[in-house]
Design a protein around this ligand. Structure first.
Ligand code: SAH
Length: 382
């Protein structure tokens, strides 16, 4: 599984001669190669190419995935002369924090990252009493154009590399381990691909990132596969492909409407893959993995919150290995839509429950820092 490995000669932003043009030979430059892009055998090959014994690849990997550092000076188990060449070859700095916003007493933190080519992406860390969830971006922007989502309004800038995705989680893990998040030193327990982007539209990089996040240290970060959630608008062939990966990750499907008429407008990709096809793919995923599928439903006042739609949704999901996550709409700038009224939301919950469908209302953390679902727009606020 190395489909996400970048080109052999990645074009970094700097060289001895100064900045390198970002578009080379008419195509966009790729992020610099990083060990998190590579399966362990390929890391060893790069290390061997530098004239170093292959086991140094494990040492470097342990620094990054287990100690969350890419600083050559801290790698005292490596010979002094080898530290810089190894770190430069396999641990380039991919993300620079441009801005950090926090709320909930510092336990919800959104970071705006600048990548090697100036592209901006965001990640959110949410600490709860029993877990820490990192919400990561898989693309800069998004091409899916859902009209209620801030990211969808901006369009797609580019896919993130595997290492750019993993680096968001490593950064959160570093701050937690260092005690910089209120609540004492901690670990990242959960990762949700619910930041910017459609993860299954950047399939190879996302699946490789899941492997890096979940392989045990030193090969990866050692997070449990069951604690990783991949959320999708419903790209049916990619859902089938994901089922065949034999990963125990949770699939979340952003349904938002039980009927094609409305879903065609709320999730435009529905014009290609209809509700019935998306749910059929989801049930296949549940059957293959044994994992309960999470059905995401943003409740939008007067649009998709009618009692009859709750019943229609309940009928579609009754008896299935599924769980509904209702998300009160987080209004985005300029949107005329608002969240459903509390009584309407309660009735929606009641009707789903009456169909025997498990349902929870998501605690939408981070609204005040535009860090809640659908609010990530990577606006440069300086
Ligand atoms: N592209 C993926 C991941 C995106 S975000 C997907 O669509 O699943 C994660 C969830 O937040 C999705 O269910 C998305 O539809 C939802 N969402 C987007 N904008 C929202 C908003 N303004 N309020 C509430 N939920 C929103």
């Amino acid at each position: 599984m190395s489909a996400s490995a970048p080109d052999p000669e990645p074009a970094g932003p700097q060289s001895a001669a100064g900045p390198v043009p970002l578009v080379l030979a008419g195509r966009r430059a790729r992020p610099p190669r990083h060990l998190a892009d590579l399966p362990p055998a390929e890391r060893r090959a790069v290390v061997a190419g530098l004239g170093q014994p292959p086991f140094r690849a494990s040492q470097l990997s342990r620094h990054f995935f287990g100690r969350y550092t890419d600083q050559a000076g801290e790698m005292t188990d490596l010979p002094r002369a080898a530290r810089d060449p190894l770190a430069q070859a396999l641990l380039p700095r991919l993300l620079t924090a441009e801005q950090e916003l926090s709320c909930d007493g510092g336990t919800t933190r959104k970071t705006l990252w600048r990548t090697f080519d100036g592209t901006l992406v965001e990640s959110v860390l949410m600490r709860y009493p029993d877990r820490v969830t990192m919400c990561v971006s898989s693309q800069a922007g998004c091409g899916m154009a859902c009209p209620f989502c801030a990211t969808g309004q901006a369009g797609l800038t580019r896919n993130l590399s595997t290492a750019e995705i993993v680096a968001q989680v490593v950064a959160g893990a570093r701050d937690l381990a260092g005690g910089q998040v209120p609540g004492g030193p901690g670990r990242v327990s959960n990762v949700v691909f619910m930041g910017m982007g459609e993860p299954l539209a950047n399939y190879a990089s996302v699946v490789a990132a899941v492997r890096r996040l979940t392989e045990p240290v030193p090969d990866g970060m050692g997070i449990s596969q069951r604690s990783v959630t991949v959320s999708t608008v419903g790209l049916v062939p990619a859902i089938a492909r994901l089922a065949a990966e034999r990963l125990s990750v949770t699939l979340a499907v952003s349904l938002h409407a039980p009927d094609d008429g409305l879903r065609d407008t709320l999730v435009p990709v529905n014009q290609r893959w209809k509700v019935a096809e998306v749910l059929a793919a989801a049930w296949d995923y549940a059957a293959v993995t044994g994992r309960r599928v999470s059905v995401e439903y943003a409740l939008i006042c007067g649009i998709n919150d009618q009692a009859w739609r709750a019943d229609a949704l309940g009928s579609l999901l009754a008896g299935r290995l599924a769980h509904v996550n209702l998300i009160p709409l987080n209004p985005t700038p300029g949107s005329k839509w608002t969240a459903s009224r509390p009584a309407v939301q309660d009735e929606f919950v009641r009707r789903l429950a009456a169909h025997g469908v498990p349902v929870t209302v998501r605690d939408t953390r981070g609204r005040e820092i535009d860090g809640a679902c659908g609010q990530l727009a990577a606006a440069d606020l300086r």
